[in-house]
Design a protein around this ligand. Structure first.
Ligand code: HEM
Length: 468
C-alpha cells in the first residue's frame, strides 16, 4: 500500500497527516462537508485525504471546481460511494451512478426526454397545484387548532406525492400495495438511507426493510402498468419505458430492460423527494429566523396576488414573484441539499490546479464550502436574498461559486422540476399562513445532519395561523 502511494506521490496536494489503516478518519467528526470545510481552512483549497481505504482529493475553490467540471468531465466517472447507493443503483443500471458509456448516455437521454424536459415538467403543473392545495387544506385545520406542525414531515410527504404521481402515475397515499403507516416512514427513510455514513469504508450493508419496500412498490407499479389494471388519461414514465422495451428490435446495440426502468425510477424517487423537501424546510427555517426577509417576501406575494384571497394558487403567479425566487437562490447557497455533489473518480492521471492526480482517486467538490467562501460572497453567513439582485450568478451550472445542482454532464437533470415544486410549495405556505415558533422554543436550531444529502437535524416545527 505504501509503495502504491509512493509511486504517485510526486506532485499531489498536501493534506492533514494520516495515520496507518484509518488515514484521516479520526479527524471526521459530525457532518462530512463541515469537517472537510474546516480542514481545508488549514490545508488549502485542494487537499489529499484518506478515509479508511478510500483516497480522495477535496476541492473547495470555485476555480478548482470549474477545472474538474469543465475540463476533466470526460476523465472522471461518478462513483457510488456507499453500499447503499450501489444497491439502489442496481449495479450501475441507472443514471446517478452508472459509469460513462452507452448505457449511461442512453438512460440519461431517455429520462431527460421522457421526464425531466421543461415541456414534461410544465405538463405536470396540475399535479403540483393539486398536491399543494391538499397541503393547504390540512394546514388550515392545524391553523384553526393553533397546533404545531412538523413541517419537515409534511414537506417530505408533499414532494413524495408529487414525485410519485409525476413519475409513476399514482400517489403513495392512494396505492394499495404498501400499508398507509409505511408510506410516511418510506418518505422519511429515503433521507436516512441517503445519509448512511461511510458504509463503503467499513461496509455494513443491512438496509433492512427499506429496500424491500421500495423494490416491492416498484414491482407492483410495473405489474399494474403491464397488466393495464391501472389506467390513466396520460402515459407516465413507466408506460413510456415499458412500451420502448416491448418495441425494441433484436439488433439494437443498447437493450433497455426492466432493471434499467427500476434503476431510473429509484434514482428519481431518491434524488427527487429528499432534495426539494430539504430546500423548502431550510427556506422556512431561515425565513422564521429572519423576520425582515419573511415580511418582505410575504408582502411581495400578497401585493402581487391581490387583496381578495384566492381559493387555490396557480403556478403562473410565480412569474411575478422576483423576491421569492431570490429567497430560493439564497437558501440553495447556504444549504445546498447535496453539499458534496456526486463524488467523481479519476479514470486516468489528470492535472488539477497544477497538481497531478492519479487514476482511481475520489474527487469531492465541496459546494457548501464554496457557497460560503468570503472571496466570492460578502457576509457569507448572512441570509440576504438581495445579494442576487442584478447579479449574473445563477444555479444553472455556469457560475462555479454557486453549484447547488452541480455542473457539466452530470448536472442535476431534475432542476426545473425541483424549482417548480419548491417555488409553488413556498408560495402556498407564505400566502395563506403566518408562521411562528412554538412558545417553548426560544430560537431556531440550524444544526445539519446527513452525508449525501443534508437535512435540518431537528425537524422543523412551526405553528401556522391563517392570514386574514
Ligand atoms: C433542490 C433540489 C435538487 C438539488 C439541489 C439537486 C442536486 C443535485 C446534484 C448536486 C446532483 C449531482 C450533480 C453533479 O455532481 O454535478 C444531482 C444529480 C441528480 N439529480 Fe438532482 N437535485 C435536486 C432535485 C432533483 C429532482 C427533483 C430530481 C428528480 C425528480 C433529481 C434527479 C437527479 C438525478 C437523476 C441525478 C443524477 C444525474 C446524473 O448522474 O447524470 N434531482 N442533483
Amino acid at each position: 500500500f505504501i509503495n502504491k502511494n509512493k509511486k504517485h506521490s510526486n506532485n499531489l496536494p498536501s493534506g492533514p497527516t494520516q495515520i496507518p489503516f484509518i488515514g484521516n478518519l479520526h479527524q471526521i467528526k459530525g457532518s462530512l462537508h463541515t469537517c472537510l470545510h474546516d480542514l481545508s481552512k488549514k490545508h488549502g483549497p485542494m487537499m489529499l485525504l484518506r478515509l479508511g481505504v478510500v483516497r480522495m482529493v477535496v476541492i473547495t475553490s470555485s476555480e478548482g471546481a470549474e477545472e474538474v467540471l469543465k475540463t476533466h468531465d470526460l476523465e472522471c466517472c461518478t462513483r457510488p460511494t456507499t453500499i447503499a447507493l450501489k444497491t439502489f443503483s442496481r449495479n450501475g443500471n441507472d443514471i446517478g451512478s452508472g459509469v460513462y458509456g452507452e448505457t449511461w448516455r442512453e438512460l440519461r437521454k431517455l429520462s431527460v426526454r421522457e421526464f425531466f424536459s421543461v415541456k414534461k415538467v410544465q405538463s405536470f403543473k396540475y399535479v403540483r397545484e393539486e398536491e399543494c392545495d391538499l397541503l393547504v387544506k390540512k394546514l388550515k385545520e392545524s391553523a384553526l387548532k393553533q397546533s404545531p406542525v412538523n413541517l419537515s414531515k409534511t414537506l417530505f410527504c408533499l414532494t413524495g406525492s408529487i414525485v410519485s404521481r409525476t413519475a409513476f402515475g399514482q400517489s403513495f397515499f392512494e396505492n394499495k400495495h404498501i400499508g398507509e403507516e409505511r408510506v410516511e416512514e418510506l418518505m422519511l427513510e429515503a433521507h436516512k438511507n441517503m445519509s448512511l455514513k461511510f458504509t463503503d469504508l467499513f461496509p455494513t450493508g443491512g438496509l433492512g426493510w427499506f429496500l424491500d419496500v421500495v423494490d416491492t412498490f416498484l414491482d407492483h407499479i410495473i405489474d399494474d402498468h403491464q397488466s393495464k389494471s391501472f389506467t390513466q388519461d396520460r402515459p407516465d414514465l413507466i408506460d413510456t419505458v415499458l412500451e420502448m422495451i416491448h418495441k425494441q428490435e433484436d439488433n439494437e446495440s443498447f437493450k433497455l430492460t426492466i432493471d434499467h426502468l427500476k434503476g431510473i425510477s429509484t434514482n428519481i424517487y431518491l434524488a427527487g423527494v429528499d432534495t426539494s423537501a430539504i430546500t423548502m424546510i431550510w427556506a422556512m427555517a431561515e425565513l422564521v429566523r429572519n423576520p425582515r426577509v419573511m415580511k418582505k417576501v410575504q408582502d411581495e406575494i400578497r401585493t402581487c396576488i391581490g387583496s381578495k384571497q384566492k381559493e387555490r394558487l396557480a403556478e403562473e403567479e410565480i412569474d411575478k414573484l422576483q423576491y421569492l425566487k431570490l429567497v430560493v437562490k439564497e437558501t440553495l447557497r447556504l444549504h445546498p441539499p447535496a453539499p458534496l455533489l456526486l463524488p467523481r473518480e479519476t479514470m486516468s492521471q489528470i492535472k488539477i490546479q497544477g497538481y497531478d492526480i492519479p487514476p482511481k482517486i475520489l474527487l469531492l467538490i465541496n459546494a457548501w464550502s464554496i457557497g460560503r467562501d468570503p472571496k466570492y460572497w460578502k457576509d457569507p453567513e448572512e441570509f440576504t436574498p438581495e445579494r442576487f439582485i442584478d447579479s449574473p450568478v445563477d444555479y444553472r451550472g455556469k457560475s462555479f461559486e454557486f453549484l447547488p445542482f452541480g455542473s457539466g454532464r452530470r448536472i442535476c437533470p431534475g432542476m426545473a422540476s425541483a424549482i417548480a415544486t419548491i417555488e409553488l410549495g413556498l408560495l402556498n405556505l407564505l400566502y395563506y399562513f403566518e408562521w411562528s415558533l412554538p412558545e417553548e422554543k426560544k430560537h431556531m436550531d440550524m444544526e445539519e445532519a446527513g452525508v449525501v444529502t443534508v437535512v435540518k437535524k431537528i425537524p422543523l416545527e412551526l405553528i401556522p395561523s391563517l392570514h386574514q
